[in-house]
Design a protein around this ligand. Structure first.
Ligand SMILES: Cc1cc2nc3c(=O)[nH]c(=O)nc-3n(C[C@H](O)[C@H](O)[C@H](O)COP(=O)(O)OP(=O)(O)OC[C@H]3O[C@@H](n4cnc5c(N)ncnc54)[C@H](O)[C@@H]3O)c2cc1C
Length: 243
């Protein structure tokens, strides 16, 4: 079923990524980790559909936030990040997904691993944890190109400063801040072993990002002893044209 959302706020997370807040009158509510399909339709009837994870906490009924990274040659993301204006309407379908979700009754340690815009559904989990008053211990490993590419920076900083139950490790792939202890580079086995919960604590792991990132992070988790059936993955590959 398609819903119509009205854009009520736009916020630039980085030079190339924008958070879009929609008011959706008949929104049924969602669980952290789910996504929506967004449909754009041209005056001639041509339409393009892309999936976007929901960034907002599970409880924010009637309000849906997504964060879109602009791909310069993309069909949909340049429109969403550059042309959409407050007051415009957007068609969306969802919420979608029942596996890559964190529910507030989960109390086990949670390991989140994000690559780039893969932070979006993991942020929904962190926000849901906070809004539900959950004490589930969370660790986030956030791999990102450079400091300027970090989404939700101030909110993440505030959450980790104020709540001992959430810890955050950044891993920079291209440019790291001065004196950063690790040289810029892709995630590797040592980083995953150091940053992730020990496997004997039985964490549930959520990994999200580009396909190649997700596959290597999941392989490193398994090599470090994590149980494959406790690893949930979401790949942000191209979604193609689904009508
Ligand atoms: C479940 C799911 C959730 C997603 N959530 C988000 C989200 O929260 N935020 C977000 O920004 N994106 C997300 N994506 C990706 C999003 O659906 C689109 O693929 C992306 O916005 C590009 O669409 P486009 O129309 O601009 O580019 P297209 O016109 O589809 O593609 C342009 C070019 O870029 C390549 N390409 C397309 N998508 C990607 C990609 N993701 N990574 C690298 N290359 C790509 C294509 O192969 C093509 O060469 C998600 C994808 C899935 C499957």
């Amino acid at each position: 079923m398609w819903h119509v959302g009205k854009i009520i706020a736009l916020h630039d997370e980085t030079a190339t990524a924008r958070t879009i807040t929609l008011d959706v009158a008949d929104w049924p509510g969602h669980v952290a980790g789910q996504h929506v399909d967004v449909r754009l339709t041209a005056p001639d009837g041509y339409s393009a559909v892309r999936s976007y994870s929901i960034a907002s906490a599970a409880r924010s009924e009637g309000r849906v936030e997504i964060t879109v990274e602009r791909l310069p040659s993309g069909e949909v993301s340049p429109y969403l990040t550059q042309e959409l204006a407050v007051g415009d309407r957007l068609e969306l379908r969802g919420p979608i997904g029942g596996w890559f979700v964190w529910r507030t009754h989960q109390t086990e340690p949670i390991q989140l691993i994000a690559g780039g815009s893969g932070i979006v559904p993991l942020m929904a989990m962190i926000r849901s944890r906070a809004s539900a008053g959950s004490a589930a211990p969370f660790r986030l490993l956030y791999s990102v190109r450079e400091p300027a590419a970090v989404f939700y920076r101030d909110e993440l900083q505030a959450l980790t400063n104020n709540d001992e139950g959430v810890s955050l490790t950044y891993a920079y792939t291209r440019v790291a801040p001065k004196d950063w202890p690790r040289r810029p580079g892709r995630i590797d086995a040592a980083l995953i072993t150091n940053a992730a919960w020990p496997s004997n604590l039985g964490p549930t792991c959520y990994v999200c990002g580009p396909t190649s990132f997700v596959e290597s992070a999941a392989a490193f988790l398994i090599a470090s002893g994590q149980s494959p059936d406790k690893i949930r993955t979401e790949r942000f590959g191209p979604t193609g044209d689904r009508k």
